[in-house]
Ligand binder design. Structure first.
Ligand code: PGA
Length: 250
């Protein structure tokens, strides 16, 4: 049985004061150990939030990581820097990075590899746009996004990685994929990985992301191939985030 994982993605939100309160609120309500839980915070808050959640079950994550190890790359943050601040996870390939900042399948694969050089678990975000879904390209798009990483990192690298399926049309739009729509793609992703390595497919956590909320999380998480969620908007409120966390399979 795979352990569930719920990850908050705070994106570019919050102040030092508000994120401190948020982290404390989440820790206070985590309760019993029903699954894994993490928050991906803006880089500048890593140190403070890292201090607050130290010795708690809440894990720390970053929202991206550089595609290079070090050097003259102004504005980038390396995996070794994230490691120094205690990051367990780093998102790679979030659709907002792909759309607004030019992250490509190849640079996402490089980021994935960089994270792993520092024992940081990459959370590889994949998913189709509305246009691609309407043209029935969903499966081929996610396969292509996976292939870029498999080609560079090798399938064994997925022993220490998480996949987040996030249909782009569902992110921040209030339009969630139905339980069945999400399950269909999750199942496809798992089967695709199984075609390369059955053991990895059985064990890898595949999260759903895209307008997941307290009132739809339970249905989504009940699906056999959905192992938790990557939560944006609803992770900015400790109560909603905790309700979503409490909706995971136990
Ligand atoms: P959302 O974002 O929950 O606000 O739709 C999810 C994400 O982008 O990870």
């Amino acid at each position: 049985m795979r352990r569930s994982l719920v990850v908050g993605n705070w994106k570019m939100n919050g102040t030092r004061a508000s994120t401190e309160l948020l982290a404390k609120g989440i820790i206070a309500g985590l309760g019993s150990d029903i699954g894994d839980c993490a928050v991906c915070v803006p880089y500048v808050f890593l140190a403070e939030i890292g201090e607050i959640i130290k010795n708690s079950p809440l894990a720390l994550g970053a929202q991206n990581v550089a595609d290079k190890a070090s050097g003259a790359y102004t504005g980038e943050v390396s995996a070794s820097m994230l490691n120094e601040f205690g990051c367990r996870y780093a998102l790679v390939g979030h659709s907002e990075r792909r759309t607004y900042y030019g992250d490509t399948n190849l640079s996402v694969a490089e980021r994935f590899c960089q994270a792993q050089t520092q024992n940081i678990i990459p959370i590889l975000c994949i998913g189709e746009t509305l246009d691609q879904r309407e043209q029935e390209q969903t499966f081929s798009v996610v396969e292509e996004q996976l292939d870029a990483v498999i080609e560079l990192a090798g399938i064994n690298a997925f022993n220490a990685a998480v996949i987040a399926y996030e249909p782009v049309w569902a992110i921040g739009t209030g339009k969630t994929a139905s339980d069945e729509q999400a399950q269909e793609v999750h199942q496809h992703i798992r089967a695709y990985i199984a075609g390369k390595d059955q053991t990895i497919a059985d064990k890898i956590q595949i999260l759903y992301g895209g307008s997941a909320k307290p009132d739809n999380a339970k249905g989504l998480f009940a699906m056999p191939d959905i192992d938790g969620g990557l939560i944006g908007g609803a992770s900015l409120d400790a109560d909603s985030f905790l309700k979503i966390y409490q909706s995971i399979k136990q």
